[in-house]
Design a protein around this ligand. Structure first.
Ligand code: DC
Length: 227
């Protein structure tokens, strides 16, 4: 099994940006696990599937290919809301979790390791991950970042809507029965409320670099790329 990093946290905390940064820095394969749920959400919308039709949703989940996910299409708040709804269904989670583990198991030696980000990577998908980081931030700060990401003018109404949306998704992700959003006991907490994303990426880099050295032993030379 390759060196593995689990990054979890709520929507808008910065875990995706950190995971991308770390994957480039250390030449890790990367999977954003939320994209698999989003792809199910996209298909629900496209095929007008009832989100209560558990059998159909499980069949849809089986068709998802982690290697063929269009991030640009899936980064959309409507899809995200449906993804959060289908993510409460245990059978859908079982199917997608297995695909995420298969992705990890099939990482080739071209990579120095693998990094997965999501809600339950450290607790459920990869409980044996070598490094676990839990990224969080105040919900108002996360809502503000979301509005900036979506490049809309952060007027009061939009910000309020996005904050409400974030609260709803947080509540659903934290309170669902199956694999809720939780910090793994061994995870290192990164609260990004008062830091810019560059600072947070550097902190995560230090954590991963240290863990890689411990994993491989002291004579190991880090193969970091220049970012
Ligand atoms: O990280 P994201 O916003 O792309 O995730 C979309 C939804 O997918 C999120 O609201 C909950 C769900 N999700 C999950 O339940 N488990 C994961 N490991 C990743 C995402």
């Amino acid at each position: 099994m390759v060196f593995s990093v689990a990054i979890d946290g709520p929507a808008g905390a910065g875990k995706g940006t950190i995971a991308k940064y770390i994957s480039q820095k250390f030449s890790f394969a990367h999977l954003d696990t939320g994209l698999l749920y989003r792809e199910v959400g996209r298909l629900v919308i496209e095929e007008s599937i009832d989100t209560l039709d558990v059998v159909r949703l499980e069949t849809v989940a089986q068709t998802i290919d982690p290697g063929h996910l269009d991030e640009k299409v899936l980064r959309n708040e409507h899809i995200a809301a449906i993804a959060s709804q289908v993510a409460i269904i245990p059978s859908v989670r079982r199917v997608l979790t297995q695909k995420m583990r298969d992705f990890t198991d099939n990482v080739t030696s071209d990579f120095q390791g693998v990094i997965l980000d999501g809600r339950d990577v450290g607790t459920v998908i990869l409980p044996g991950a070598d490094v676990k980081i839990f990224v969080t931030a105040d919900e108002k700060v996360r809502a503000h970042r979301r509005t900036k990401e979506m490049s809309i003018s952060a007027d009061v109404i939009e910000l309020k809507n996005i904050l409400e949306d974030i609260k709803t998704r947080d509540a659903r992700d934290q309170n669902r029965q199956a694999d809720p959003l939780q910090m793994a006991v061994e995870a290192i907490l990164l609260d990004t409320t008062f830091y810019d994303i560059e600072t947070v990426c550097r902190k995560a880099e230090e954590i991963v670099e240290h863990a890689l050295l411990v994993y491989h032993g002291n004579d190991y030379m880090l193969k970091t790329s220049v970012c």
